[in-house]
Write a protein that binds this ligand. Structure first.
Ligand SMILES: O=C(O)CCC(=O)C(=O)O
Ligand SMILES: [Fe+2]
Length: 385
């Protein structure tokens, strides 16, 4: 059966910043930040090391005899490609563990915000999302608190990590290593975001994105595994742009994203359908496909940052489209998202007039990030039992 032809959406490259520029605190990256995250940007940018390759190689060439030796030293988001590959390679293995093993990794109390989660979230249609499995953990802290009242109050953040110690012991090391790297680079992105925002907005240093992220115990990594899309039925769900992951905006501060890895039976293959992958809705309400390299870390703005920065930095509605056609049969996709977000105790100094989640924010006076999240989870997921 052939599915009806799709309207092709334009494909755009992310705005890129090289790692060497990013590391330089005296560099003025406002233009790039605005281009990526500002009111007319797509809400995504990626960190590359390409500019650096050229620069370092030409310099090093003059000094050293061996080109190989020079090249060895120029990888500047240190170790990112191998850390990405290591972790994403474990995703099909995790999803393939026996059901009873995965059940042991579930945490209903946190509304599946720690450990394994499959079919617990709802799709746009209201049906359970069986298309992807997720593994959630805080890559920086195994047990953010031991206080029982906090665990009860903010279970999605204050709970403990659940690692598959015997079934897949490599996962913990790989998850933490990639998470830590994306966090460290994310802090540098946050520093330059603050530099840009404070050009237009008076803000105490403490209230900046970098400081908010530094003092938070709430960060969360999500290893995603997209099950092979069903090719046989051309349902509305299967045909839509958001066929693998529905349209949404991340609600935290800053999300780090790896480029998705496609596999069949856990062996990496290039995706045969160029239309598959990440899509973004632009400020002008246009849908575009967004691409970035597999050696790049992409960052997106979440809703909390949009509110706190008074829209100097704007959040990004996005979704993921599954591959289609005969060649896409059996194709799986793995990726990693790192949601950097304020501490549960962080008082959110929202502006008087907010434009998103008005009913949650305006009626409540000052909210902590923990309270705000629980309200959102009540709105979008099942109520706490
Ligand atoms: O799979 C992706 O590339 C994006 C995942 C995502 O948007 C999310 O987990 O919030
Ligand atoms: Fe997202």
């Amino acid at each position: 059966m052939t599915c009806s032809a799709q309207t092709a959406f334009p494909t755009l490259r992310t705005v890129t910043i090289s790692y060497s520029e990013l590391k330089d605190k005296s560099a003025d990256l406002s233009m790039k930040i605005e281009e990526g995250f500002g009111p007319n940007g797509l809400g995504i940018l990626s960190i590359t090391d390409r500019a650096l390759w050229k620069w370092r190689c030409s310099l090093a060439f003059q000094k050293c005899m061996s080109q190989y030796k020079c090249l060895e030293n120029v990888r500047q988001v240190p170790g990112f490609p191998s850390l990405r590959r290591n972790l994403l390679g474990l995703s099909p293995r995790l999803a393939g563990l026996p059901e009873e093993v995965k059940k042991e990794l579930e945490d209903p109390h946190s509304r599946y915000n720690f450990g394994w989660s499959h079919g617990k979230e709802k799709l746009e249609s209201g049906k359970p999302d069986l298309l992807k499995g997720s593994f959630y953990a805080n890559p920086l802290l195994d047990k953010p608190t031991t206080e029982a009242s906090l665990i009860q109050r903010y279970p999605s953040y204050c709970g403990s990590n659940i690692w598959p110690d015997s079934a897949l012991p490599e996962l913990e090391v790989a998850f933490k290593a990639l998470g830590k790297l994306i966090f460290d680079v994310g802090l540098m992105v946050a520093y330059h975001c603050d530099q840009y925002v404070t050009k237009g907005l008076n803000m105490h240093e403490d209230q900046g994105l970098e400081q908010i992220l530094l003092r938070s115990r709430c960060h969360k990594g999500r290893l995603l595994y997209y099950f092979p899309a069903q090719q046989s039925n051309c349902t509305e769900d299967g045909n839509s742009t958001s066929s693998w992951c529905g349209w949404h905006t991340d609600h935290g501060s800053l999300t780090g994203l790896t480029c998705g890895m496609f596999t069949r039976d856990a062996v990496e293959i290039p995706c045969p359908d160029s239309a598959a992958g990440l899509y973004i809705r632009t400020r002008a309400d246009q849908v575009v496909k967004v691409v970035f390299g597999e050696d790049e870390i992409a960052y997106q703005i979440g809703e909390t940052t949009e509110l706190l920065s008074r829209r100097y930095l704007c959040a990004t509605p996005h979704c993921v489209r599954a591959p289609k056609g005969d060649e896409a049969s059996g194709l799986e996709r793995s990726t990693f998202a790192f949601f950097m977000q304020p501490d549960w105790d962080e008082s959110l100094n929202f502006p008087e007039e907010v434009h998103i989640h008005k009913e949650l924010i305006s009626s409540s006076g000052a909210l902590t990030f923990g309270e705000y999240t629980e309200k959102l989870l009540d709105k979008y997921y099942h109520l706490k039992s």
